[in-house]
Write a protein that binds this ligand. Sequence first.
Ligand SMILES: Cc1cc2nc3c(=O)[nH]c(=O)nc-3n(C[C@H](O)[C@H](O)[C@H](O)COP(=O)(O)O)c2cc1C
Length: 436
Amino acid sequence: MSNKIHFGWFTEYGPIGWNGPDAAEGYDWRQPEVYQKMAAICERGRFDFALFADHLGITSTYQDSLDNYIRYGLNGINHDSTMLAAMVAASTKHLGVGTTISTSLTAPYQLARQTASLDHLTKGRVAWNIVTTANIAGFKNYGIEEMKDHDARYDQADEYMELCSRLWSSWEPDAVIMDRESGIFADPAKVHRINFEGEYYKSQGPLNVLPTPQGRPTLIQAGSSARGKDFAARWADAVIVAKHNLDDMKRYYDDLKGRAVKMGRHPDELKIFFIIKPVVGATEEIAAQRQQLRMNPTDMELHAALAAMSSRMSVDLSKYELDEPVPTMSEKSIQGGQTTLSRYQTAEKRPTLREMATEESAGNKANIIGTPEQVAAQLEEIMTQVGGDGFVVRVDAHDHGYMEEFVDTVIPVLQDRGLVRREYTGKTLRDNLFES
Ligand SMILES: Cc1cc2nc3c(=O)[nH]c(=O)nc-3n(C[C@H](O)[C@H](O)[C@H](O)COP(=O)(O)O)c2cc1C
């Protein structure tokens, strides 16, 4: 475990919460200023990174139709996260910026080149959230009628990573000379073809982008299945994961670190971030009122949560009764998010679909609630009990007020305890991420 607690912000470039109670009149989620303002708050709180999710198609899983997704602006309406990451980087100085890109639907050369270019433009602050895409809509948009099975997508992604790694290191770090007098730009002996030929991909190389400040982007992953965790253990610098209590967090932490060691890595080379959205209030009463509000979602929010889960799992949850216990489904039939569902299915008292959607919509993993001091103490307790390196605060882009309160009341308590940095020390995102 790090000595310091690290923080990130996670959201998506989409309409989520566009007309919700916290979205001010005239709120326009398409505009960069919305995200730049939030990024400035995160930077004030000395966060490591902002990370933007991405999806490559509007899904039609829920109610077997596009209609509701479009009518209400639900899951899958997503602008390009890489473009947004670049805009946010332009308005910040230290904050890392993470984009989500699919290994299944992006050519490796394109990805290696895009992220390397962005690493230059941001002076070493880029992260890539590696996803394999679990929903058929994205595949069909790319002209692919069937997606491979869950584990097979990760097998392919392993080869993808090998290829990208070769491209990123096709220039030796000291290959570039750029000596004006001699007119020598770079040393050809230090730039190499890769001639990669795998089962799925081929690429000649070298990359036509110079070696980058970070060498390769900071690699983030969110695997929660056994296969996904093996992938993360092999490649990721950081993992983001949603766990609902200390036991689950601890189990995940030990398991993943163990897998990293089996891959020949030191456990500290892989940072674990738990997703949170604590309920914070100036007094316990205010916090309790806010908790009440979160646990009473509108019908719209409830259906949005169910639609999002349906898309994630490729299972139409609208087929099941809201007030009946969560249905049993085979792991095989679910394409992603197995662990989300199995947690509810194996609970001592199986919750209803409504209760599950309410909890998902509230987003308060590990039930962190209280005054700033109480919330800070709970966060510290998680780090002490579980290990782990930090938290990703999952807040929609419109909710600047939430993030301001978190950064201006909870973070200072942690800073006073020496648990959160007061100033950035590193030059690159990876430097900051590995600052202990
Ligand atoms: C916090 C978080 C963010 C994620 N973001 C995306 C995303 O933007 N795009 C995407 O296709 N999948 C995303 N995923 C899905 C994960 O990449 C992964 O597939 C999922 O957690 C299930 O794990 P598994 O692949 O090991 O089954 C996200 C998952 C989590 C937990």
